[in-house]
Design a protein around this ligand. Sequence first.
Ligand code: KQY
Length: 370
Amino acid sequence: MSKRLDTTPKKDEFRMPGEFEQHKQCWMIWPERTDNWRLGAKLAQKSFAEIASAISEFEPVTMGVSKEQFSNARQMLPDYIRVVEMASNDSWMRDVGPTFVINDKGEVRAVDWKFNSWGGLVDGLYFPWDQDDKIAQKVCEIENVDTYRTDGFILEGGSIHVDGEGTCIVTEECLLSKGRNSHLTKEEIEEKLKEYLNIEKVIWIKNGIYNDETNGHVDNICCFARPGEILLAWTDDEKDPQYNISKSAYDLLTNETDVKGRKLEIHKIHIPNPIVITKEESEGVDAIDGTLPREEGDRQAASYINFYIANGAIIFPLFNDEKYDKLAEEKLKEVFPDRKVVGVYAREIILGGGNIHCITQQQPLGKSIG
Ligand code: KQY
């Protein structure tokens, strides 16, 4: 049985592990909404199936699927991927799923953040979001994991990255956005992160990737490879609007230390050449009031940082970019010499507003019941 707890992970000595620590499994949600995914979501489903299959070479994958899509998903996914019926509003497990925390005994619990579609009625991406806000609890019911619910504090999993040793990175653009916790000061938000992730230091970079519809989630611009080491999305093109954003993050991170006093080693990964929505792609998306439109010519927030760290592997997005796909792969191999680096073509995912990290959520290997 999964219980709601009224303490906090910090009080109970549970911490969020780094993504590079060992996993029990990966969670995903099947895409189907036709106002976000073009051509009835068929192409996105194929991409999600490819990503799930790539991850399942390294750790078990569970896919949440609506009752309408259950049979289709079941036949599109290999047998060894577990498929469970789960209502949702879309398919961003990183943001709507639980943030798992562990303690020194290997017990696993989870934080169930309140979710409001990346900005609620201020600048949220679709309405309603009531089913998405129940996903974390549903996952934890299936896994018999007790949860900390943060009513009164809104957060998505893609807006935080931790090193598992007490340091967290976030962007001001996202965590201080009007549509999330505008009733709280920056210091109060920092206190919430400290309580629920059991960290002691928050590093605030200013912005995320240019034009990122999540108000600049950190998981698209930088992440920890391991404690003390960071990967940062970069461009050498000073005319690109991404240049000043990445330069400002680089300067800030270069002068920062983590909670243990270590200087951060920063690895730059160049973004792909600009990716824009074509006329055909735009016309394939249903227009619905209340959902962010997908318009021809819109630049996508494409970045290779949006990869998933699986047990023994890195699953990263490819964009068919002749130069930068290869460079990203080489850099990832250099930074993660002990992991297999696997690229999966992910244009369909970026057209929906995110990438591989945004559609996955790791569950740490602990000794949770069930
Ligand atoms: O990138 C993400 N973490 C989520 C993007 C949501 C896009 C909704 N259309």
